[in-house]
Write a protein that binds this ligand. Structure first.
Ligand SMILES: *Cc1c(COP(=O)(O)O)cnc(C)c1O
Length: 339
């Protein structure tokens, strides 16, 4: 039985073609700046996002950490969503490793931060306070695509208030595909953007941080200090390049399948899905807490894996095909007929 793994888009496996380009990649020592494939990936990503330079890093968590370390000094602060990855899901790295204070604020239902609330959270220049240095947004946020006009406003806001602006764009390629705009149309609003290659894009490992030459040269020093200097990393960068070149536009298929799946599951009375929130490749489902574990277990026994932390989470990706969608809907329906 082929397992249908909907827990995350991080579970994708490299395709045959991807393994071939990895095996054939030209490599050098990237800590010396001599890996041609890494250099190509970094420049390619910079061009795609309209930035001067890029830096290939082992993970999205390290990419965001390096960005925070490069934007903020010890005793400075970043404003971030309470539910954002860069606050909640990165082990407190900025505080632990950088002495950078987070100022979390609740995200609005659409994944944005209310800029009036951000304004109120900016600390005055007074020795009681950490210096507020950076605003950090996330797009997509829980699968939700941030509106372009909101991001334009956030950029103006940051400039007017002397803040830098970083995007945790782990899934910003999904956002661009969902809005049918070039990636740089989103990235233009941010000084720095972190992009995961190892999610829906389907590379096995890696993220790219993009920004100005000056910023990336500082970030390179932090990458080395964090242990992220990877030597013959061209083998991995080759996968990332292929992912950006050949597996970017196909994210639209993941979005179409997520919508189909959400519409199918929404017919089940015991499940509640806000279809307006299904904007890319993620579906969040509310259902009675006592049903969640038996449901997850029953699906698992039938080769379907889903996530659940209070809400159920289903994520479509490269390894989920058309046939998986009706199968998942029907296994869900069977469970609720029986219970
Ligand atoms: C996955 C993810 C990251 C970091 O990714 P890793 O590569 O797993 O460290 C950062 N931000 C968001 C929003 C993510 O979903």
């Amino acid at each position: 039985m082929k397992v249908i793994d909907l827990r995350s888009d991080t579970v994708t496996r490299p395709t045959r073609q991807m393994r071939d380009v990895m095996a054939a990649a030209e490599v050098g020592d990237d800590v010396y700046g001599e890996d041609p494939t890494v250099n190509h990936l970094q420049q390619f990503t910079a061009n795609l996002t309209g930035k001067e330079a890029g830096l290939f890093v082992p993970s999205g968590t390290m990419s965001n950490l390096i960005a925070l370390l490069s934007h903020c000094q010890r005793g400075e602060e970043y404003i971030v969503g309470q539910q954002a990855h860069t606050y909640k899901y990165e082990g407190g790295g900025a505080a632990v490793l950088g002495s950078i204070q987070p100022q979390p604020l609740d995200l609005a239902a659409d994944g944005t931060l209310d800029l009036l609330q951000v304004k109120a959270a900016i600390k005055p220049d007074d020795c009681h306070f950490a210096r507020t240095r950076l605003l950090c947004l996330e797009n997509t946020q829980g699968g939700k695509v941030l509106p372009l006009d909101y991001q334009a406003e956030a950029a103006r806001f940051a400039r007017d208030n002397g803040l830098s602006l970083h995007l945790d764009g782990a899934r910003v390629c999904n956002a661009a595909v969902a809005q049918q705009v070039p990636l740089l149309q989103i990235c233009q609003y941010y000084e720095t953007v972190s992009i995961c290659l190892s999610k829906g894009l389907g590379a096995p490992v890696g993220s790219v941080l993009v920004g100005s030459h000056e910023f990336i040269s500082r970030a390179r020093r932090w990458r080395k200090m964090c242990g992220g200097g990877m030597r013959q990393a061209g083998i991995l960068a080759a996968a990332g390049l292929l992912a950006l070149q050949n597996q970017f536009e196909r994210l639209a298929e993941d979005h179409a399948r997520a919508r189909q799946l959400a519409e199918g599951l929404q017919q089940i009375d015991a499940l509640s899905i806000d279809l307006q929130q299904v904007q890319s490749n993620m579906i969040f489902i509310d259902c009675a807490l006592e049903i969640q574990q038996p449901l997850i277990e029953s699906l698992r026994q039938q080769g379907i894996l889903i996530g659940g932390y209070g809400q159920l989470r289903l994520v479509t990706h490269l390894d989920i095909d058309d046939a998986a969608i009706p199968r998942v809907v029907s296994v869900f329906k069977d469970f609720f007929i029986r219970c």
